[in-house]
Design a protein around this ligand. Structure first.
Ligand SMILES: [Zn+2]
Ligand SMILES: [Zn+2]
Length: 306
């Protein structure tokens, strides 16, 4: 087995795509969900990615692949295992026109038809955390496979950055996952004051069962960098530039993640995103960095092993 180096720097952007499902087990939806159209940001995000020929990976709550659902039995989705009895209490059992925060077949079609590669991965079927019983999690992972197109569902992004059950992923047809993002507070403080460091870059590693672990470099809205950018917009660009530079000079992966709903009420976020994606596009044209989906990167890593 030879080394697993990459031939260029790689840029990965991954999304936790959940709309209302990210909050259905909490007391109520955040107020901003009612005040803004969270879907409109997704259209803008995909347009920017398409215009710049940049790929990304959408860890999607499987229920969003549906156009509609109906109550079947005593409660919605009664054919599926649930973490607790009231799990689907918020499911409206209607359709994408009536309840567009609970269904997103139209957005999934937009992602599939995007001219730059937009991967549909799994964020479980109903946003269960990975603390549930293995049987429930297996059922959720399999349900995503059933709803997806052939060979489409290969990447897993864990809700709320929970620990990843790697053996279950292998058993249910997934070949990569995003490693949970956990940055010790002290290093954030250190970065804040010193301005050195910048986001880490890395190369995915292969688990013993053949599933690939993709480490994250930074959250798009990483604090304190994000908080500072209102007064010093260049600080956020510098943060991204240092990750990009490191990926290019080490032939490693600069992996950024966000939720689409993080853009709600965040002044300048779309402009910043546009800037980052345009920058990647320029460097990609020069052959210095390649934007890839997580499963494209996994395929390339598999090809490079021997
Ligand atoms: Zn439903
Ligand atoms: Zn989530």
């Amino acid at each position: 087995m030879s080394d697993r180096k990459l031939e260029t720097g790689v840029f990965v952007f991954s999304w936790d795509f959940e709309l209302a499902w990210g909050f259905h087990d909490l007391d109520s939806l955040p107020a901003r969900f009612h005040a803004f159209d969270s879907r409109s940001y997704i259209g803008e995000i995909v347009d920017i990615l398409e215009r710049n020929d940049v790929s990304s990976t959408w860890g999607t709550v499987g229920h969003l692949l549906l156009e509609e659902c109906r109550q079947n039995g005593d409660y919605p989705h009664s054919n599926l295992l649930v973490p607790r009895k009231d799990w689907y209490n918020s499911d409206p059992c209607t359709n994408v026109r009536e309840d567009p925060l609970w269904y997103a077949s139209d957005l999934i079609n937009r992602l599939r038809s995007c001219k730059s590669n937009q991967e549909i991965g799994s964020h479980t079927f109903s946003h269960v955390t990975t603390r549930v019983d293995d049987e429930v999690l297996t059922c959720e992972l399999e349900q995503c496979q059933k709803l997806a197109q052939d060979g489409e569902m290969r990447t897993f992004i864990s809700p709320r950055h929970g620990d990843v059950p790697v053996s279950l992923l292998a058993d249910t047809g997934y070949s990569s996952y995003r490693a949970p993002s956990k940055t010790p507070a002290i290093s954030r403080v250190a970065k804040f004051y010193t301005g050195i460091g910048g986001p880490k870059t890395a190369v995915p590693t292969r688990e013993s069962n053949g599933v690939w672990r993709h480490p994250v470099s930074t959250y798009f809205f990483y604090n304190p960098i994000h908080r500072l950018q209102q007064k010093l917009p260049q600080i956020k660009r510098r943060w991204f530039e240092s990750g990009i530079k490191r990926a290019i000079s080490n032939n490693e992966v600069f992996h950024v993640w966000a939720h689409p709903h993080n853009f709600i009420g965040n002044d300048n976020a779309i402009e910043q995103f546009d800037w980052l994606i345009s920058r990647i596009s320029e460097l990609q044209k020069e052959g210095l960095i390649k934007s890839m989906t997580m499963s494209q990167l996994t395929e390339q890593m598999n090809d490079n092993i021997y």
